[in-house]
Design a protein around this ligand. Sequence first.
Ligand SMILES: CC(C)(COP(=O)(O)OP(=O)(O)OC[C@H]1O[C@@H](n2cnc3c(N)ncnc32)[C@H](O)[C@@H]1OP(=O)(O)O)[C@@H](O)C(=O)NCCC(=O)NCCS
Length: 191
Amino acid sequence: MGMKESITRATNLLEFNIDDCSLKEFTTSYFHSSTTKCSKAHKLSSHAERQILDILESNMKPLYLDSKVKWSLDQKRDEMTFHNMRFLVCAERSSNQIVGFSTFMFDEEDGEAVLYLYELQVRGKNRKQGIATHLMSLVEDIALTTGMSHVVLTVFLKNTVAMSMYVKRGYKPHYPDRGIYCDEIMSRSCQ
Ligand SMILES: CC(C)(COP(=O)(O)OP(=O)(O)OC[C@H]1O[C@@H](n2cnc3c(N)ncnc32)[C@H](O)[C@@H]1OP(=O)(O)O)[C@@H](O)C(=O)NCCC(=O)NCCS
C-alpha cells in the first residue's frame, strides 16, 4: 500500500470506529478510575472543549512565553478543529472532569506515513498518576495498529519533564542534523 493510501485508510478507520468507540479494537489497556474516548473535534461538547482549552492554556502558555514561539489560543483552537485531527480524552468516571487529553493526525513526514502527536496534556492536579503514560501507550498502539512507521512529536527543549518522559519511552531526534532550535522533533519507530 502506498504512503498516501496508508494515511487515508488510517484516518478513515479511526473515523469509522470513532463515534462511540472506547478503542477496544486498538488496545487492551484499562485505566481504572477514568474512561478514555476517541473523538473528532466537532463531536466534543462545548463543556469538554472549554475544559480542554483551559488545560492547554494553563499548561502551555508559560512554556510558549519562555520560548521564541508566539502563544495564540486562537491558533491552538483552529489547529484542534482540523478535519483529520483526532482526540483521546481521559475523564474521571465520577465527575466526568477531563484530566488529560492528546490530539493527533495521520500525516506524511519525510516521505513516510506517521502518526503526528500534536498535544499531550495532563491537568495540573492530576500529574504523576500515569495519565500521560496511559495516553502515550494508546497513541503508540494506534500508530502500530494502523501501520504507521513512526510516532512523531515536537517538544520544547526547556520542557524537561515531557522530554524525559519521551526519552524514557525511546523517542529520539527525528532529524539529528536539524540544528539548534528551541524545540526538538522527536520520533519513535513503530517496528
Ligand atoms: C508532561 C506531562 C504530560 C506528563 O504527564 P503525567 O501524567 O504527569 O506523566 P506520568 O505520570 O504518566 O509520568 C510519565 C513520565 O513522565 C516523567 N515525569 C512526569 N512528571 C515528572 C516530573 N515532575 N519530573 C520529572 N519527570 C517527570 C517521568 O519520566 C515519568 O515516568 P515515571 O513515572 O516512570 O518516572 C505533564 O507534566 C503535562 O501535562 N505537562 C504540561 C504539558 C506538556 O508539557 N505537554 C507535553 C508537550 S510536548
